[in-house]
Design a protein around this ligand. Structure first.
Ligand SMILES: [Zn+2]
Length: 418
C-alpha cells in the first residue's frame, strides 16, 4: 500500500513537501509545487504544514534502572552514591519487575518519538545477569513491531574470571554489544584490555561509559583510541560521557579529540545525567558537566545525544523524550545558532540511527519512521517542546499524542480579543 503525506514542513526547506511511502520506505520527497502523479489505492494525508522529522533513535539508555526513583534515592547526587544504591537494590529485583520497568521505558520512548534504542544492562552479578537477559528478550520480542531494540552488557569495573564467564554467557545469549565503565576500575587499563579481548573473541561492538568525571586526570579516552586501532575496531566503538575532556586544558583536549577522530570512535553526550551528577564539588559557578560537544561538531566527529538514566538514582528526571534532551544539550553546550539547533535534531535522529545501522532520515530509501510535530516553524521545535506528536514506524502511525488545553470560557474570550 502507498501513502502520500501532503504539505509536510521539513527543516531547512522553504517550500512544503509531499512525501510518498511504500512498503515502509520513503519513495519520494518533492516540492508541493510539482504535480502529484495520480495513482489508485493511495492513502492521502494532509499534514497542513506540520513539521516532520526522522524518528528519534535513543542510543544510550538504562532501561533496567528506569523508574526505580523514588524507591532508590541519591542523597548526595553523586555518581558513586547512585552506583552503590543501585547495587544494594539489585538482589531484590527479579525478571518480572525488570520487564515491567523496561516496558514502561519503551512505551515512554515510543510516545515521545523514538523507534530505535540501545540500552545498557548491568552485569555485576550472575543472578542479576540471568534476570536482566530474560527481561530484555521478553520486551524485545513484545515490542518488535514498534521499535528496534538492542543491548549492551556492562562489564563489572573489577572483573574476576567468574564474572567474565557471565559476560560471555550474556553475549552468547542474545545481548549484542559489550560495555562497561573502565575509568571506575581500580585498574582501568586492565579492565579496558579485558573488555576489548572479550569483544574481539565474541565479535561484539563496544559501547563504553568513559571518563564520567570532573577530574582532568581521569583520562582513559586515549587508551580507548589506541586499543581501537590495534584491534581494527575503527567504527565499532562508542564512548559515552567523556566529561573530563571539558575539565582539561584546551590543547590537551584537542589532541585527544584528534585521536578520537582518527580512530573513528563515536561519542554520546548525556546532558540530563551529566548536569545532574557532575560538578557536585563545585562552589559558586557550578560546571554544566557536558563534554566538548561544540568542538566535536567542528571536528566532524559523530556525536549524538541519549537519554541515559530515566527516573532512577543516577538521574531522577527525564521521560525518554529526546526533544527534552536536545534542549538540555542546547543549554549545556550552548548550541544555540540555527545551524546548531538543526544539528541537535540530527544528533537525536539521523546520527544515532546511523550508529545503530538504521536508515533514519528524510530522503528516498530511508525508513518511513517519522515524528510529526504540532509545530509549523522548524526554528521553534526546541522552544515549543510540543507534547502533540504522531509517531510513525515502517510507514504506519503507531502513536498519536494530543494536547488539550481548556481555559475558562471567559478567559478564552479575552485571548481571542487581544
Ligand atoms: Zn549510561
Amino acid at each position: 500500500m502507498k501513502t502520500l503525506l501532503q504539505n509536510a514542513q521539513l527543516i531547512g526547506k522553504n517550500e512544503l513537501r509531499n512525501i510518498t511511502i511504500e512498503d515502509g520506505v520513503i519513495q519520494s520527497i518533492q516540492s508541493v509545487k510539482l504535480p502529484i502523479k495520480q495513482e489508485e489505492n493511495v492513502v492521502t494525508i494532509n499534514l497542513e504544514g506540520k513539521v516532520i522529522l526522522p524518528a528519534f533513535a535513543d542510543i544510550h539508555m538504562h532501561l533496567d534502572k528506569a523508574f526505580t526513583y523514588p524507591s532508590i534515592q541519591n542523597k548526595s547526587g553523586t555518581l558513586s552514591e547512585a552506583i552503590r544504591r543501585f547495587q544494594d537494590y539489585q538482589p531484590s529485583i527479579n525478571s518480572e519487575v525488570l520487564e515491567l520497568n523496561m516496558g514502561k521505558g519503551i512505551y515512554s520512548a515510543i510516545r515521545h518519538g523514538t523507534t530505535a534504542l540501545r540500552t545498557h544492562l548491568d552485569g555485576e552479578s550472575s543472578e542479576y545477569i540471568k534476570h536482566v537477559v530474560e527481561a530484555y528478550h521478553a520486551v524485545k520480542s513484545k515490542f518488535s513491531d514498534y521499535i528496534h531494540i538492542e543491548a549492551v552488557i556492562m562489564c563489572p569495573f573489577n572483573m574476576t574470571l567468574e564474572m567474565e564467564k557471565d559476560i560471555r554467557w550474556a553475549l552468547n545469549n542474545g545481548i549484542e554489544h559489550i560495555g562497561g565503565a573502565p575509568h571506575l576500575s581500580e585498574h582501568p587499563q586492565k579492565n579496558l584490555e579485558r573488555i576489548f579481548d572479550i569483544a574481539i573473541s565474541e565479535n561484539a561492538d563496544i559501547d563504553l561509559h568513559v571518563d564520567e568525571s570532573d577530574d582532568p586526570q581521569v583520562n582513559t579516552l586515549p587508551d580507548i583510541c589506541k586499543l581501537t586501532d590495534e584491534a581494527n575496531y575503527n567504527g565499532r566503538v562508542i564512548a559515552g560521557h567523556c566529561t573530563s575532556l571539558s575539565a582539561m586544558d584546551k590543547e590537551q583536549a584537542h589532541e585527544i579529540l584528534q585521536g578520537v577522530k582518527e580512530s573513528k570512535v563515536s561519542i554520546v553526550t548525556l546532558p540530563g545525567a551529566n548536569m545532574y551528577l557532575q560538578g557536585r564539588n563545585d562552589q559558586g559557578i557550578i560546571r554544566r558537566g557536558l563534554t566538548r560537544v561544540k568542538e566535536m561538531i567542528e571536528l566532524d566527529i559523530p556525536v549524538t545525544i541519549g537519554s541515559d538514566n530515566i527516573q532512577d538514582p543516577f538521574h531522577p528526571y527525564g521521560k525518554a523524550d529526546l526533544l527534552q534532551m536536545a534542549l538540555l544539550g542546547s543549554y549545556g553546550a550552548q548550541l544555540t545558532s540555527e545551524m546548531h539547533m538543526n544539528k541537535l535534531i540530527d544528533m537525536i535522529s539521523i546520527i544515532p540511527g546511523r550508529l545503530l545501522k538504521r536508515k533514519h532520515g528524510l530522503t528516498p530509501g530511508c525508513l518511513a519512521d517519522f515524528v510529526i510535530l504540532e509545530v509549523r516553524d522548524p526554528r521553534l521545535i526546541l522552544a515549543e517542546q510540543t507534547p502533540a506528536r504522531e509517531i510513525w514506524r515502517n510507514g504506519r502511525k503507531i502513536c498519536k499524542v494530543t494536547e488539550v488545553v481548556e481555559f475558562d470560557p471567559l478567559l478564552s474570550a479575552k485571548m481571542i480579543s487581544i
